[in-house]
Design a protein around this ligand. Structure first.
Ligand SMILES: [Mg+2]
Length: 355
């Protein structure tokens, strides 16, 4: 028997529009594609750390995965437990871990002839609802984006807040609710923009628009829990939680209602599904989300969402933000994303990657 075949390739995906974040402008997404093959099947994993957000960056991810390739060269069997030990070694590098965990899970699922979702759940969904993202600055543009999303079949809209003054956000949410109608679910994401007192006051002002939850109203798990305990709107943790342990500690406060689960940020589909189940144990819920990952990363997140048992909108409709991708983006139909039916993640990357 010959050893596993491996390959590591770099890619750069230009965004359609520059993204302004607290850490500066993001013009493109740099990542790595890892493949592990057994001679018959190939499993794919992706590492696409988000600058200023991820613990790891592209260079540390590449270095960590280069070490993994050396270790993998002596492994012959995809079920060898040494593969799982390699995952433990990658704990400080979640994006690299997500690539290795994803590639192993994809390869094992393909060898079994089942979808990745079917290896994570006994009853995976064949489609999952996804939310539309609304980031327009002016209330008029928000109203326009909201009605366009509703016309496209989206039943859940997520509005970015915290960039403008609170009074403007109140107008923006009034516009979103007004144009979306009373049936659609509205969520907001402040990305940690407010301090605790501002967050409590703004959420109180926004509560009349029937908002299901606010992601990261302020920075830090403890502060978010304080807001959650006092707020008129349930709160969600996202970037303040780096690990499954962080999520457990936050849920233990009893003031967190929703956990945003990003397989790329946590370290792969195995940890992501663990986070989903942890939220359920605490009586909270989860939303599986991509971080403007390439198509392979989105596919992993889609399978986690399909296995989550959560029939609510997930944050996976990010591929349209990219001008070029590493593979085919998932099919979207009336606000629902279709889980590919083939084994493993159900897609393969393009032969030529954008660089
Ligand atoms: Mg968020």
């Amino acid at each position: 028997m010959t050893g596993l075949t491996t390959d590591l390739r770099r890619f750069r995906l230009p965004l359609r529009e520059a993204l302004t974040t607290a850490h500066g402008e993001v013009l493109h997404r740099d990542g790595l594609l890892l493949s592990i093959g057994d001679g018959t099947h190939i499993g794919w994993g992706e590492a696409t750390p988000f600058p200023g957000w991820s613990v790891s960056d592209i260079e540390s991810s590449a270095a960590a995965l280069a070490t993994v390739l050396v270790a993998l060269s002596v492994v012959e069997d995809p079920d060898d437990p040494r593969l799982d030990h390699l995952l433990d070694d990658l704990e400080p590098e979640p994006a690299a871990r997500a690539a290795l965990s994803g590639a192993i899970a994809d390869l094992r699922a393909r060898r079994s002839g089942v979808s990745l979702a079917a290896t994570l759940s006994v009853a995976p969904a064949s489609t999952v609802a996804v939310n539309a993202m609304i980031s327009a600055a002016s209330p008029g543009d928000v109203a326009e984006q909201a009605s366009a999303a509703a016309a496209d079949g989206y039943r859940t809209l997520k509005v970015k807040v915290g960039v403008a003054e609170p009074a403007v956000d109140v107008e923006r949410l009034a516009a979103a609710r007004g144009s979306a109608g009373s049936e659609l679910e509205l969520r907001i994401d402040a990305n940690g923009a407010w301090d605790v007192e501002t967050a409590v006051a703004v959420l109180d002002d926004l509560s009349e628009f029937d908002i299901s939850f606010c992601e990261e109203p302020t920075k830090g798990l403890e502060a978010i829990a304080v807001v959650g305990a006092r707020s008129a709107i349930p709160v969600a943790i996202d970037e303040s939680a780096r690990t499954v342990d962080d999520i457990a500690a936050a849920l233990a406060t009893g003031s967190i209602d929703v956990v945003i689960v990003k397989p790329q940020a946590l370290g792969g589909p195995d940890l992501a599904i663990r986070a989903v189940r942890l939220a359920a144990e605490f009586g909270a819920t989860a939303v599986v989300t991509s971080m403007i990952d390439g198509a392979i990363g989105v596919a992993h997140a889609l399978h986690v969402a399909a296995a989550s048992g959560l029939d609510r909108a997930h944050g996976l409709a990010t591929s349209s933000l990219l001008k070029a991708d590493v593979g085919p983006a998932p099919e979207l139909d009336a606000g629902r994303m279709v889980v590919p039916g083939a084994s493993g993640i159900g897609i393969d990357p393009f032969d030529t990657l954008p660089l």
